[in-house]
Write a protein that binds this ligand. Structure first.
Ligand code: AMP
Ligand code: GLY
Length: 470
């Protein structure tokens, strides 16, 4: 089988690697030379991921049997539409259905029309002159975000990014000027709890959930610094998370199903990956956002666990509408991803640092290496750009063990870079568990809890058992 991978980061590198292991021929379309993709792919087309016509022509020329799209910018630019029009089945929705990610307003209004309640209260603002009145009337605490795509960077959260409504209104005005902001803003109730990422393959035959992952969005250790696309992530060997029960995961899966049904009932077909960014609140999981693609770094956790099986066939099945469940097998191991990024990433990144990496020693440490957006510099060296550079992925029986493995492997990367060594360490996981215990402590939240998440259903012991896994 011949598979076209669109995008040039570590997520696309692992997608290509999984196809290679399934003995598929890989083709790549990416804006820069990814050393991992270049090694695997039979042909690489250097082009912006928004080049829908060019990518479709390349797919036809190279006789791609199926395409998988990584970045949202490609979905927003209609790359899936162009590939389908050229007769190439795609893992990734058309531009119209991808609005579930590309327009926060489309997403919220779709869910509201179809009675989905597991989301924060929201209000759209179309005109700058309505902003002050809307903020004045909206209950606190709240969040302001642009309607359009901003790479997770345009969100203002009351309590961390601003304190008073006046301050929030002043900062919100500035959002109007950034790309994605001029389409309008959304005000949202602030959700408090623990975030988790739930991805699923979606095709005509159903919604097939993947192991749950937790992403670390803040740039610096201790969860400080700016919001980023994700500095690292972990998954637990039972495919849940230390703070997440299977009942809660199932409720989140229901939200994905409801969204897919809502799209279908409005005439939108969806073949691809649907990613729900959820907050586990005292009142159960609530949806923060959808992505219409694999998460990055989350894809690295999940695909690392894919059982030796035919990944190429799996992609083909999703793209053509019927998925055999027998192809969906994931090993029961914990995984941890940590990204090597330029110093200053999440703010003002230093460009052009040269890194030397000793891949055999990294592999000996039981860790896999994937390339993000780097410039190859020859012989075990790369140059960092403004984006995430190298992804190191460890697996083990317990999460903290996988985290330690990655920290050991980071010793084999030399040069000026930053990585969050605190991700998924014992101390970090204990702190998270403590926060969740407080969240579920009787009286912690004045609003009544639905029966399924009553404090009785969450005695500390039920979370305590997870400690054997972390
Ligand atoms: P988004 O661009 O919607 O993915 O938001 C980026 C990040 O902002 C999320 O991962 C959360 O950490 C935070 N965030 C967004 N919306 C909310 C909300 N309603 N309540 C609390 N935090 C939020
Ligand atoms: N890690 C978050 C994302 O892929 O959008």
């Amino acid at each position: 089988m011949r598979i076209l991978v669109v995008g040039g980061g570590a997520r696309e590198h692992i997608l290509a690697e999984m196809c290679r292991r399934a003995e598929a021929t890989v083709l790549a379309a990416a804006p820069h030379a990814n050393p991992g993709l270049e090694k695997i792919a039979e042909a690489c087309f250097r082009t912006p991921v928004e080049d829908a016509a060019g990518i479709a022509a390349f797919a036809r020329l190279k006789r791609a049997d199926v395409a998988v799209i990584g970045p949202e910018a490609a979905l927003a630019a209609g790359v899936a539409d162009a590939l389908r029009a050229a007769g190439v089945p795609v893992v990734g929705p058309d531009r119209a259905a991808a609005q579930i990610e590309t327009s926060k307003r489309f997403c919220r209004e779709l869910l509201a029309r179809h009675g989905v309640t597991a989301m924060p209260r929201f209000q759209g603002i179309d005109r700058l002159e309505d902003l002050d009145a809307a903020i004045a009337a909206f209950p606190e605490p709240f969040v302001v975000k642009p309607v359009g795509l901003t790479g997770g960077k345009g969100v203002l959260v009351q309590g961390s990014d601003f304190v008073t409504k006046d301050e929030g209104a002043r900062l919100a005005r500035r959002l109007w000027g950034i790309p994605g902001g001029s389409d309008g803003l959304v005000l949202e109730e602030r959700l408090d709890g623990e975030e988790f990422s739930l991805m699923a393959f979606v095709t005509d035959s159903g919604v097939y959930p993947l192991p749950v992952v937790q992403d670390y969005k803040r740039a610096l250790e201790g969860n400080t610094g700016g919001n980023t696309g994700g500095m690292g992530s972990y998954s637990q060997r039972d495919h849940l998370l230390p703070f997440l029960s299977s009942a809660e995961r199932d409720r989140a899966v229901d939200v994905l199903r409801q969204a897919v049904n809502a799209l279908r009932s409005e005439g939108q077909q969806y073949r691809g990956v649907l990613y729900g960014g959820f907050m586990l609140t005292a009142a159960g999981p609530k949806l923060i956002e959808f992505n219409a693609r694999f998460g990055d770094p989350e894809a690295l956790n999940v695909l690392t666990l894919y059982e030796p099986g035919n990944f190429a066939e799996l992609l083909h099945d999703v793209a053509t509408g019927t998925l055999q469940e027998s192809l969906l097998r994931f090993r029961r191991r914990a995984t941890v991803v940590k990204y090597v990024v330029p110093v200053g990433y999440g703010g003002a990144p230093q460009l052009g640092a040269t890194l030397e990496y000793d891949e055999p020693s990294i592999i000996d440490a039981g860790v896999s290496l994937y390339f993000g957006t780097v410039e190859p510099a020859g012989g075990g060296k790369v140059q960092l750009t403004a984006s995430r550079g190298l992804a190191l992925v460890g697996e083990a029986s317990a999460i903290w063990e996988a985290s330690e493995r990655v920290n050991e492997a980071l010793k084999f990367v030399h040069g000026s870079f930053y990585a969050r060594r605190d991700i998924a360490t014992k101390v970090d996981l204990d702190r998270r568990m403590e926060r969740v215990r407080q969240l579920f402590a009787p009286g912690a939240k004045p609003s009544p809890l639905p029966l399924s998440v009553s404090p009785a259903a969450f005695p500390p012991a039920s979370h305590g058992t997870a400690e054997q896994l972390i």
